[in-house]
Design a protein around this ligand. Structure first.
Ligand code: TYD
Ligand code: MG
Length: 462
């Protein structure tokens, strides 16, 4: 153990928490590279922890039975943004700690300032703490967004201990910390933004937010690798982790939850950046299908379930003859291996000669899909490109494809059809097994397919 300035230091893996006395390039526990961070601590403090210097008396610790635990439901506050509330699981829980991660410039400060304004307008006490921008800069942003209630308070500060003291005195309903990487405590040795500082600051805020029942939202910057800088440890501390992502060139933003102690992690909210801050996209399906060419070959529309909401999106496929040697495959927005498997099934079960063809798949609008329900639409886009025949007009396609070419059932068939019907789709190609439980066709012409070869016949018009 190295001794520096009278303090001891230890290294630990930011990925799995493995502790070591010396720095290591690769963690022997989880195998990750360059994850070791140094942490200094006070020998007295550590001794107290390990040998139990001050112990609670036996009378203080009392295990309870399940029935003794109070189960009143969490007290949730409306955020003023229905989309944000839904991603959080129905509003922000009092006393909870939420981390909002995302690339610089994506709009984290904007959405949180808007949320702060809307909650303050609903009578909640809100304090916005900025460690990145001066009060003047915040004022300029607020002026752009529109009118802000007088009750909303701001502070520009980076000393977390001062901030916590201020929070304990003011006890607001909501506190926004923008960003956790700029905060520091004088009790930790390292510079702001380092693993130790970020972890220590988040830990202190958590204790404060739980004891004072203050909902805290922390902004976290994302590193080039796409994780919140100042590591995974932060994700373990907070209750909820939201990621704000860009939907590529279209200027819309997607808010996803990656961890949620108070709700589902599949929810997704869509926002659009405007000249007056972020606006919610209330009908994302329409938004995602906007500008779709009619009667184009190599395209199919599918319906996926994101959290509790059906979402229509366009799948594009392109198959061309291989020009140089090895056939090329590329998958944008979906798993490469799944795409390769679907091509193999189409080769073997539909007799398509894809072995000497380059094949590309793309999910329009920069969306990412991971659900097998999109398989049938991907197959439709590929078949459509091979034969240069468009998928029948106004048709939505969904279903999972198995290795023997069988089309397997998917959940929420009615919900998917309802969403498609709402957007003017007239026909649906769905798994044959899904027909059985179907009660309402939503006025659509439904075709059930048992094998992927039947899809081939539909596109060929046979
Ligand atoms: P910001 O919230 O500062 O991003 P982050 O905190 O994630 O770094 O967003 C900055 C971007 O948003 C910037 O490029 C300007 C743009 N913007 C608008 O287009 N309209 C607006 O009303 C506002 C406030 C920002
Ligand atoms: Mg910001």
């Amino acid at each position: 153990m190295t001794v520096k300035n009278g303090k001891n230091s230890i290294f630990f893996c930011t990925s799995c928490g493995y502790e070591s006395k010396k720095w290591m390039g690769q963690c022997p526990a989880c195998g990750e590279w360059n994850t070791f961070a140094e942490e200094t601590f006070n020998e007295a403090g550590r001794k107290k922890q390990s040998s139990g210097g001050i112990r609670k008396s036996h009378a203080e610790l009392k295990p309870v039975t399940l029935s003794e635990i109070e189960t009143d439901t969490e007290d949730r506050m409306d955020t003023g943004f229905p989309e944000l509330s839904r991603v959080l699981g129905g509003g922000i829980v009092r006393g909870s700690l939420t981390l909002v991660g995302g690339d610089p410039g994506i709009g984290k400060s904007t959405i949180l300032l808007q949320t702060a304004g809307r909650m303050a307008a609903m009578g909640k006490s809100v304090i916005y703490v900025s460690g990145e921008e001066s009060l003047r800069q915040i004022r300029l942003r607020a002026d752009r967004i529109g009118s802000m209630p007088e009750s909303l308070k701001f502070i520009s500060e980076t000393d977390i201990d001062d901030i916590i003291e201020m929070l304990c005195i003011n006890r607001p309903d909501l506190c926004i910390i923008d960003s956790i990487q700029t905060m520091y405590t004088t009790e930790a040795q390292s510079v702001p933004g380092s693993v130790t500082q970020v972890r220590e600051c988040a830990q202190r805020l958590m204790t404060c937010s739980k004891t004072e029942n203050i909902a805290c939202i922390l902004v976290g910057h994302v590193t080039k690798e796409g994780t919140v800088a100042g590591p995974r440890v932060l994700e373990h501390i907070v209750d909820t982790v939201l990621y704000f992502e860009s939907g590529d060139q279209f200027g819309y933003r997607i808010l996803r939850s990656a961890k949620n102690r108070f709700g589902s992690t599949n929810e997704l909210g869509v926002f659009e950046m405007s000249s007056e801050g972020l606006k919610e996209v209330l009908n994302p399906s329409e938004f995602l299908l906007d500008g779709r060419p009619e009667k184009a070959t190599g395209a199919a529309v599918t319906c996926l379930i994101e959290g509790s909401r059906p979402l229509l999106m366009e799948v594009q496929g392109l198959v061309t003859e291989t020009q140089y040697g090895m056939a090329r495959r590329q998958a944008n927005g979906m798993d490469y291996n799944r795409f390769a498997m679907l091509l193999a099934v189409l080769t073997k079960r539909c007799g398509l000669k894809l072995g000497a063809m380059d094949a590309y798949v793309n999910i329009a609008g920069g969306m990412k899909i991971s659900q097998p329900a999109a398989d049938l639409a991907i197959a439709a886009a590929v078949i459509s490109s091979v034969f240069e025949l468009p998928v029948p007009e106004n048709t939505v396609v969904f279903g999972e494809i198995g290795l023997s070419g069988e089309v397997r059932g998917v959940p929420y068939v009615s919900e998917r059809l309802r969403e498609a019907s709402k957007l003017g789709f007239k026909r649906a190609v769905i798994p044959a097994v899904g027909m059985r439980s179907l009660k309402d066709t939503e006025g659509m012409q439904i075709t059930g397919v048992g094998y992927v070869s039947e899809l081939l016949n539909i596109i060929k018009g046979a």
